[in-house]
Ligand binder design. Sequence first.
Ligand code: PLP
Length: 295
Amino acid sequence: MPETVTLLIDPIAADAEGADLASTFRAVDAAEPALRVGELSTQRGDGIFETIGVADGHAQEVRPHLERLRNSARICELPEPNLAQWEAAIQTAVAQLPRDGEFGIKLVLSRGVEHGPAPTAWLTTSRAADFTVPRERGIRVVTLDRGYDRGAAERAPWLLLGAKTLSYAVNMAAIREAKRRGADDTIFVSSDGYVMEGPTSSVILRRDGVYSTPAPSGAILHGTTQQSLFEHLEATGHTPEYRDIPVDELRTADAAWLVSSVRLAAGITELDGEPMPYDAATTAEFNAYLLTPRD
Ligand code: PLP
């Protein structure tokens, strides 16, 4: 069975009356050219994406990812994605993947060829990296200044904060900076001193037994993994909360995690060079839950 499935998607065709959704996308060879050189919007990062985890043949949390895709499209003023079409494409791709192991599915929707008729959309799968070490032994994290305050999203909507745009050059640069500082990953801190998120993950911390995550103010992405873990915590008798978290509270937390769709939960063992309490049992329990089929 192939490990890479790539489907080119025609968003306009899906909106036609009575469209047969399965005929609105087609498989292409990922090794062959499929995009046009005129795709300036994709080259500029003027588009949005999602990354969905697949565990043992099940695409996780498809609806929350598609809803976030729709929200990103709204923020970026892109045509509204047809969620039924994306869902059909995801199920087609998953059906072609091996039943065992972990994969990632990346959905991309860009504005398309400049002055062109339609946005460009595709989906591609890849086998997930081996995340045993971050999941089981944790990660060292440094905090980095995000360069704007918590109110930036409301004040400057053209920054597109809260949308998962293709422009991840800054996020990747932050991870390189973390590595230069001897860490594995980073947590962005707002210029007014509040915990925000990782470049590709959400932050959850526990203080005095209470789990919390930064309130989704519009300046951070609302993580699907974090939301799913909060549902799990509620189902197991906890009362997790959304709130503004000053960075000093992170430093004195009982435990903290970076969570995301493919790496899942990685406990923080060290923050800015200082050891942090690491809860191996809860981390293992989080990851066992995150690997069960979740809709
Ligand atoms: N925040 C940012 C900036 C991200 O890029 C991601 C995922 O890539 C997340 C949070 C976590 O989101 P999810 O749990 O839906 O993967």
